[in-house]
Design a protein around this ligand. Structure first.
Ligand SMILES: *[C@@H]1O[C@H](CO)[C@@H](O)[C@H](O)[C@H]1NC(C)=O
Ligand SMILES: *[C@@H]1O[C@H](CO)[C@@H](O)[C@H](O)[C@H]1NC(C)=O
Ligand SMILES: *[C@@H]1O[C@H](CO)[C@@H](O)[C@H](O)[C@H]1NC(C)=O
Ligand SMILES: *[C@@H]1O[C@H](CO)[C@@H](O)[C@H](O)[C@H]1NC(C)=O
Ligand SMILES: *[C@@H]1O[C@H](CO)[C@@H](O)[C@H](O)[C@H]1NC(C)=O
Ligand SMILES: *[C@@H]1O[C@H](CO)[C@@H](O)[C@H](O)[C@H]1NC(C)=O
Ligand SMILES: *[C@@H]1O[C@H](CO)[C@@H](O)[C@H](O)[C@H]1NC(C)=O
Ligand SMILES: *[C@@H]1O[C@H](CO)[C@@H](O)[C@H](O)[C@H]1NC(C)=O
Ligand SMILES: *[C@@H]1O[C@H](CO)[C@@H](O)[C@H](O)[C@H]1NC(C)=O
Ligand SMILES: *[C@@H]1O[C@H](CO)[C@@H](O)[C@H](O)[C@H]1NC(C)=O
Ligand SMILES: [Zn+2]
Length: 757
C-alpha cells in the first residue's frame, strides 16, 4: 500500500500523479492503480500516513485522515466547492508513485511565453532569459541568436531567472539542467528559490527555519529535480544560483512545477479539460498499452475491441495483431503491436488502399505513440456513432497504426518520466541503433547506377532491391528495423507518415543528399505531391499553423510554411522515408509533432486537439490520384507486379498481388503506361480532379509471345523488371532467414541469462 495523502482544495485542478482531472459528487477511491478520468468511483483507503510531504497552502484544507473521517470532510468540501464552481476538485499527492506533484508550467512546452521570463542580466541576447528552458537546443555554433541556456551577465550570487506565472500558483519544485553546447561547459551546482506576489517583495523558499539550498547539476544534460520542502503560493518565482562549475559561468535551463489556482485577479480559469473528446489521455507504457484494450490478448486473431473508456463495444473490429515471427520484436522481446482499423480486418480488399502511421522509432519522442492510441479510440468510437467522415474513411481504407516502433527505448525514457529523461535518453534501440539511419541506403545505389549508365532511362527508378550485404546475420540491423521492412513488403501500403518529436515541422523525401553534402534540397520525382502532403499536415496542425508561435530551438521553419525537404534540413542516409519510396510503392513523410519530445501527460488533451484534424485529413490523402485494377484480357485475372508509369514522372509504381494499384497524383491530366512481363503495354489518359477521390483507371493487357517480348527488349526497353522483382524477393527471403537465426540466438542467450540468475 503506498503512502499518500489527500488535499481537498477549492482549486480547480485535480491531479493523480501525472493525471489531472475533475469530477462531481463522487466518492474517490484510490489504491495503487491509476484510474481513468471518467471512471472515478472509488473508495479511499488511507491506512498509512504519508511522511515528508509538502504542506499545502492555507486555502487548501489538508486531508490526512482515516477512512471514517474522510467521508465527512469530503461531503463538507463538496458542498462548499459546489457553491463556487459546480465542481469539486481534488489534488492527490502520491509520493510513492511520482515525485511530480504538480505538472510543469511549460517552459519546455512553450506554454510559458518568452515575455513571462526575465533575468537579472544576461551574457548576450542568444543567452537571454527566454533561452532558459528545459531541453532547449543550441545550434552548431555558440554565440548566435539561439543559444543553449540562459547565462547571467555577471558572476555573483545575486543573479536570477524569473518566471511570472500570471496567476496564483502553488509552486512545488524546479528542474534544472546545464547549458546545451558542444563548445563550453556551464552548469549551476547549487541554488536558492524565492517567491513573490508582486515581483517587489520576495520571500525565500524555506527548509524549516533555514533558507533552502537546492542541489543542481554536475553535467550539461542530466535534468535534476528539486521538490520544495515547503511549497508556496505566489505569482512569481526566482531561481537564484549560488555556486556553479568553476571553469564555467552561471548558465541554466529550467522547468518549474506548479498547480494553477483560481485567481480573482486573473480573467482565465485554470485550464483543466482541454479537449472536446473524452479519450484516454495519459502516457501508456508497454504493459498499459497492452492493457488498454483486451484486444491485444489474441495474437493474429480477429477480436473486437471493448473500448474501456467509452464502455462501448467497438464494432469496427479493431484488429490488433503482432506482426513478424512469433517471439520476435524488439531486442529485449517486446512486441511491435500494430492496430488495424478496417471494416473487414485481417485482409486486403481489392482496390482499397492501405495506410499506415508509424510512431516512436525514436523511443523518447513519445507524442506520436499517444496520438495513435487516441486516434484508434477516436476512430473506433466515431465509427460506432455513425460519424460520416470516419465511417467513409474506415470503409474505404485499411488503416494500420504502429504506435511504438522502438518499445525498448520508450521504456527507458518512460522510467525517467516526461521531465527527467533529458533530450536523448531512449532515442536509440537497446543495442544503441538509431532506427532512422538503419534502413538500407537505396538512394546512393540508385544514383550510382544512374551515373554509371549510358542510358539513364535504363536504370530502374523504383523497387530498388536492398543490397546483398544487408541480408546477412552480421549486418548491424536492429531487429525492429528488420521487422518493419518485412511488414512494408507484406502489405501494399500506399501512404504513410512517420511521427517524431522535438521540432515542429513536416519533412518530405529525399532525406539523404547526393555526394554526402550536409544539407541540400534533394527532391524526388514526386516532389509536388510530397509538398502537398507535407502542407496538408502542417497547415492544419493548430500549433504549426499559428503565425504567432515561437521557434522551438534554433530554426525558423515558419519561413517555409513549416515544411521542408528532409535532406535540406540535415542529410539522413538510410531513413525509413527514403527506403519506403525507393523499395516499395508507399509515399511517406516525417512529422515532427512538438518542441517537447516527451510532453507531460497534462498536455496530451491539447496535443490531441492540435493534431486531430491533421491526422484525419492526412489519411484521406490516400484517396488522391488514380487507382484501378490491371487484368489479363482473356482470363480477367489480376496481374501482379505490373509497372505503372506516368509520363513526366520518373518514379514508377507496381500493382499489388491481385492486380490493383494506386498512383498518388496531384490534379491534372496524365498519360499512363502499364507494362507487365509477357504482355503488350497499354496506354491510357487519366484525369485527376481536385476532390480527394481517386480516378478509376483500369487496364486490360493482352498477352504477347516470347518472341515479341524479346523484340521489345532488344529495341532498348529497360532492364527486364521482373529480374528486379526477383532479386528484391530473394533478398527479402534472405533477410528473413538471417533474422530468424538471430532471433533464435537471442532467445538462447536470454534463456542462458535467466538460468545463470
Ligand atoms: C451532488 O450533491 C448535491 C448535494 O448532495 C445534490 O444536490 C446534487 O444533486 C448532486 N449532483 C449530482 C450530479 O449527483
Ligand atoms: C485495490 O482495490 C481493489 C478493489 O477494491 C482490490 O481488489 C485490490 O485488492 C486493492 N489493492 C490493494 C493493493 O489494496
Ligand atoms: C463503480 O460504479 C458502478 C456504478 O455506479 C458500479 O457498478 C461499480 O461496481 C463500481 N465499481 C467499483 C470498483 O466500486
Ligand atoms: C485498506 O488497506 C489495508 C492495508 O492494505 C487493508 O488491510 C484494508 O482491508 C483496506 N480497507 C479497505 C476498506 O479497502
Ligand atoms: C479514525 O477516526 C475515528 C472516528 O472518527 C477516530 O475515533 C480515530 O481516532 C481515528 N483514527 C486515527 C488513527 O486518526
Ligand atoms: C501570495 O498571496 C497569497 C494569497 O494572498 C498568499 O497566500 C501567499 O502567501 C502570498 N505569497 C507570497 C510569497 O507573498
Ligand atoms: C533541508 O534540511 C535538511 C535537514 O537539515 C537537509 O538535510 C536538507 O538537505 C535540506 N534541504 C534543502 C533543499 O535545503
Ligand atoms: C579548470 O581549468 C584548469 C585549466 O584549464 C584545469 O587545470 C582544471 O582542472 C579545470 N577545473 C575543472 C574543475 O575542470
Ligand atoms: C472534456 O470535455 C468534453 C466536452 O466538453 C467532454 O465530452 C468530456 O467528457 C470532458 N472530459 C473530462 C475528462 O471531463
Ligand atoms: C457489428 O457488425 C456486425 C457485422 O457488420 C453486425 O452484424 C452486428 O450487428 C454489429 N453489432 C453491433 C453491436 O453493432
Ligand atoms: Zn526523431
Amino acid at each position: 500500500m503506498p503512502a499518500f495523502s489527500v488535499y481537498i482544495c477549492t482549486a480547480a485542478l485535480l491531479c493523480i500523479a501525472h493525471d489531472c482531472l475533475s469530477f462531481e459528487n463522487q466518492t474517490v477511491n484510490y489504491n495503487e492503480t491509476i484510474s481513468l478520468k471518467n471512471e472515478l468511483n472509488l473508495t479511499l483507503n488511507l491506512t498509512e500516513k504519508a511522511t515528508n510531504k509538502p504542506q499545502p497552502a492555507e486555502d487548501h484544507s489538508q486531508g490526512e485522515k482515516n477512512t471514517s473521517d474522510y467521508g465527512k470532510e469530503m461531503k463538507k468540501e463538496t458542498t462548499g466547492a459546489k457553491q463556487i464552481k459546480g465542481k469539486i476538485n481534488i489534488y492527490f499527492n502520491l509520493l510513492s508513485l511520482s515525485p511530480l506533484d504538480c505538472p510543469p508550467l511549460g517552459l519546455e512546452s512553450l506554454r510559458v511565453s518568452d515575455d513571462q521570463l526575465q533575468a537579472s542580466s544576461s551574457l548576450s541576447f542568444g543567452l537571454g532569459a527566454h533561452r532558459g528552458r528545459l531541453n532547449i537546443q543550441s545550434g552548431l555554433e555558440d554565440d548566435d541568436e539561439y543559444d543553449g541556456a540562459w547565462c547571467a551577465g555577471t558572476e555573483d550570487q545575486e543573479q536570477w531567472l524569473q518566471l511570472d506565472a500570471r496567476r496564483q500558483t502553488l509552486f512545488t519544485g524546479v528542474i534544472l539542467q546545464g547549458r546545451n553546447s558542444i563548445w563550453s561547459l556551464n552548469w549551476v551546482r547549487t541554488y536558492k528559490v524565492q517567491f513573490s506576489n508582486d515581483s517587489v517583495l520576495w520571500q525565500p523558499c524555506m527548509n524549516g527555519s533555514k533558507e533552502a539550498l537546492f542541489v543542481g547539476n554536475e553535467d550539461l544534460e542530466t535534468p535534476v529535480l528539486a521538490l520544495f520542502p515547503e511549497p508556496s503560493v505566489a505569482r512569481f518565482i526566482r531561481i537564484n544560483p549560488q555556486s556553479w562549475y568553476s571553469n564555467g559561468t552561471i548558465c541554466l535551463r529550467a522547468e518549474v512545477l506548479g498547480c494553477s489556482l483560481p485567481d480573482p485577479s486573473s480573467p482565465d480559469p485554470p485550464e483543466t479539460n482541454r479537449s472536446s473528446d473524452d479519450l484516454d489521455f495519459r502516457h501508456h507504457n508497454y504493459n498499459e498499452m497492452r492493457k488498454t484494450g483486451q484486444y491485444w490478448k489474441t495474437e493474429g486473431k480477429r477480436v473486437s475491441w471493448d473500448g474501456k473508456v467509452s464502455n462501448q463495444q467497438c464494432n469496427t473490429s479493431v484488429q490488433l495483431s503482432t506482426f513478424y515471427t512469433k517471439g520476435a520484436g524488439s531486442y529485449t522481446g517486446l512486441k511491435l503491436y500494430v492496430m488495424e482499423i478496417s471494416d473487414s480486418p485481417g485482409k486486403h480488399e481489392l482496390g482499397e488502399p492501405e495506410f499506415r502511421y508509424v510512431a516512436g522509432m525514436h523511443g523518447n519522442e513519445v507524442l506520436g505513440r499517444e496520438l495513435l492510441l487516441n486516434l484508434m479510440q477516436f476512430l473506433c468510437r466515431e465509427y460506432k456513432r455513425g460519424n460520416q467522415r470516419v465511417v467513409q474513411l474506415v470503409k474505404e481504407t485499411r488503416i494500420h497504426l504502429l504506435p511504438s516502433m522502438n518499445p525498448d527505448g520508450y521504456e527507458t525514457a518512460y522510467e525517467k518520466g516526461s521531465e527527467l529523461s533529458g533530450w536523448a535518453l531512449g532515442r536509440y534501440s537497446f543495442e544503441g541503433i538509431d532506427m532512422n539511419h538503419n534502413f538500407p541506403d537505396l538512394n546512393n545505389i540508385m544514383w550510382d547506377a544512374q551515373e554509371l549508365a549510358t542510358d539513364k532511362r535504363r536504370v530502374s527508378n523504383h523497387y530498388i532491391p536492398m543490397p546483398e550485404y544487408y541480408t546477412s546475420t552480421d549486418a548491424l540491423i536492429a531487429p525492429e528495423t528488420r521487422a518493419v521492412i518485412s511488414w512494408m513488403q507484406d502489405i501494399p501500403f500506399v501512404l504513410s507518415a512517420n511521427l517524431h518529436g522535438g521540432e515542429l515541422v513536416v519533412t518530405y523525401p529525399f532525406d539523404c543528399t547526393r555526394d554526402w553534402i550536409p544539407r541540400e534540397d534533394t527532391p524526388t520525382a514526386d516532389n509536388d505531391f510530397f509538398r502537398w502532403l507535407a502542407a496538408v499536415y502542417a497547415s492544419t496542425n493548430l500549433v504549426m499553423a499559428n503565425p504567432e508561435r515561437r521557434v522551438c530551438h534554433t530554426e525558423d521553419f515558419q519561413q517555409h510554411n513549416n515544411i521542408i525537404n528532409g535532406a535540406n534540413w540535415h542529410t539522413v542516409p538510410g531513413s525509413m522515408n527514403d527506403f519506403s519510396y525507393l523499395h516499395t510503392n508507399c509515399f511517406e513523410i516525417t512529422v515532427e509533432l512538438s518542441c517537447d519530445k516527451f510532453p507531460h501527460a497534462a498536455e496530451l488533451p491539447v496535443e490531441w486537439e492540435n493534431n486531430k484534424e491533421s491526422l484525419l485529413l492526412y489519411m484521406e490523402q490516400v484517396h488522391r490520384g488514380i487507382k484501378g485494377v490491371i487484368r489479363d484480357k482473356d482470363t480477367k485475372a489480376g496481374i501482379a507486379n505490373a509497372v505503372i508509369k506516368v509520363d513526366g514522372l520518373d518514379h514508377d509504381i507496381r500493382s499489388a498481388q491481385d492486380g490493383d494499384y494506386w498512383r498518388l497524383l496531384n490534379p491534372g491530366d496524365y498519360k499512363v503506361t502499364v507494362w507487365a512481363e509477357g504482355y503488350f503495354p497499354r496506354i491510357r489518359h487519366c484525369a485527376v480532379g481536385s476532390e480527394p477521390r481517386a480516378t478509376l483507371c483500369d487496364f486490360t493487357l493482352t498477352r504477347t509471345t516470347q518472341d515479341r517480348l524479346k523484340q521489345i527488349l532488344a529495341k532498348g526497353g529497360k532492364m527486364p523488371r521482373d529480374n528486379q522483382v526477383r532479386i528484391r524477393a530473394m533478398r527479402m527471403r534472405k533477410l528473413r532467414a538471417s533474422t530468424k537465426i538471430l532471433n533464435r540466438r537471442r532467445e538462447q542467450q536470454q534463456r542462458l541469462k535467466v538460468r545463470r540468475k
